[in-house]
Design a protein around this ligand. Structure first.
Ligand code: PMP
Length: 406
């Protein structure tokens, strides 16, 4: 050992790094990952539905088609045919599409280019924990939008914007997941979407619409995205105040980390610069493989929808049978999650060890709230569970809740 004094490494960490905390969910997943525990805690797509053979074939096709270029550095904006295809969905130019390494990177980069310390960011209560993790290092001040069965309560948002204006606070951005929200599974109605887009335009608030689950609708009619409504309102792709994030993670596979952002030119321009500093570009081969996989996408989405609908229906049926009166839950029209609310006074984090003793696990709801609360709530995912696991799991959870209420 040398005598040279060593710096106190923790004291060298930036203020930004000090705001980071281990994801509460990752910590919980560790407890719940004992081999004999049936876990509804993670948000994993069903791996048995991954089109392994087609992915293998896509790698070979891309390598044959592009040769060494498939393994070379490539442009920050992304693989042109992939950008073209994505742009075509909303009828916008490919220049308005930025490929990102998972929409998680998209959220981080958007935080980086948009949030200054102390900026007010509007988030749903509850919201996607990963977005809070992405935004937190940029030191926002969160304002929570009240939600109900229909997602964001736009009347309450109107009031909130008025209250904030009176306090001299002008929110900079609003983050929302209108389709089959993570964590609640709720969907925003068309009427609310329209009003939200108009209201935010009036107040000069940028909207980040996060839509990884929109294609996974198994009930009801598809609704226009906030992005499309924003486009109609602005009449110009480069004046749309809605930014759209989506991903192939839930429709195809998450491991290739292929995702994208659609936005007006000034936002895309900054994203390119921010992404250069982050990773230069999303892996070239992965983007080429995804492009080869696009023809398979409609059939794959149908397979996933059918499977998730069956799992969700079964879970709801079993919850109806086993959960005691007073336990409320959402009935998603798509996606991977549902949200359970226990009677006031019960604490789902405190109950988790008792559920794990009965060999079943969920995620307590509190970490999904930017400003705390939601002690009596929890999230479950049905996407990665067999019917047998769902039956046994809901029975065990029902017993856990009954015991807590006794
Ligand atoms: N947004 C939401 C709402 C999510 O649920 C997830 C994944 N759990 C992501 C973004 C990140 O997805 P990915 O990085 O795989 O595209």
């Amino acid at each position: 050992m040398s005598d040279t004094p060593r710096p106190e490494l923790e004291s060298l960490l930036s203020r930004r790094a000090r705001t980071m905390t281990a994801s509460a969910i990752r910590e919980i997943l560790k407890i719940t990952q004992q081999p004999d525990v049936i876990s509804f805690a993670g948000g994993l797509p069903a791996p048995e539905l991954f089109p392994l053979g087609a992915v293998k074939q896509a790698a070979e096709t891309a390598l044959n088609k592009y040769g060494p270029a498939a393994l070379q550095y490539s442009t920050t904006e992304g693989h042109p045919p992939l950008r073209e295809w994505i742009a075509g969905r909303h009828g916008i130019p490919a220049q308005n599409v930025q490929i990102v390494t998972g929409s998680q990177q998209g959220l981080d980069l958007l935080g980086k280019i948009l949030i200054d310390e102390g900026d007010t960011v509007l988030v749903e209560a509850p919201t996607y924990l990963g977005a809070l993790q992405s935004f937190q290092p940029y030191l926002p001040s969160y304002a929570e939008m009240p939600t109900d069965e229909g997602g964001i309560d736009v009347d309450a948002l109107d009031t909130l914007l008025g209250d904030l204006a009176r306090q001299g606070r002008k929110p900079k951005l609003l983050y929302a997941i209108p389709n089959f929200q993570n964590p609640t599974g709720r969907t925003l109605s068309l009427e609310r979407r329209r009003r939200l887009v108009e209201l935010t335009a009036q107040h000069g608030v940028l909207v980040i619409e996060d839509d990884p689950y929109g294609e996974l609708r198994f009930e009801g009619e598809a609704l226009p995205s906030l992005y499309e409504l924003g486009l109609q309102l602005a009449g110009d792709v480069n004046r749309n105040h809605v930014v759209y994030c989506s991903s192939f993670s839930k429709t195809l596979v998450p491991g290739l980390r292929d995702a994208w952002i659609e936005a007006a030119a000034p936002i895309i321009g900054k994203l390119i610069q921010a992404k250069q500093g982050a990773d230069l570009h999303t892996p070239t081969l992965n983007q080429m493989m995804m492009t080869e996989l696009l023809p398979l996408l409609p059939a794959q989405i149908e397979t996933v929808r059918v499977a998730y609908q069956a799992r969700c229906t079964h879970m709801l049926g079993q919850m109806g049978e086993h959960f005691p009166a007073g336990v409320d839950y959402t009935r998603p029209q798509g996606g991977m999650f549902l949200w359970v609310t226990l009677p006031e006074g019960l604490d789902t984090a405190a109950l988790l060890p008792r559920a794990v003793e009965r060999k079943v696990a969920y995620v307590p709801g509190q970490p999904f709230f930017a400003r705390g609360g939601g002690l009596n709530t929890l999230r479950m995912s049905y996407s990665n569970a067999t019917p047998e696991q769902i039956t046994a799991g809901m029975r065990a959870l029902g017993e856990t809740f009954r015991e807590a209420l006794a």
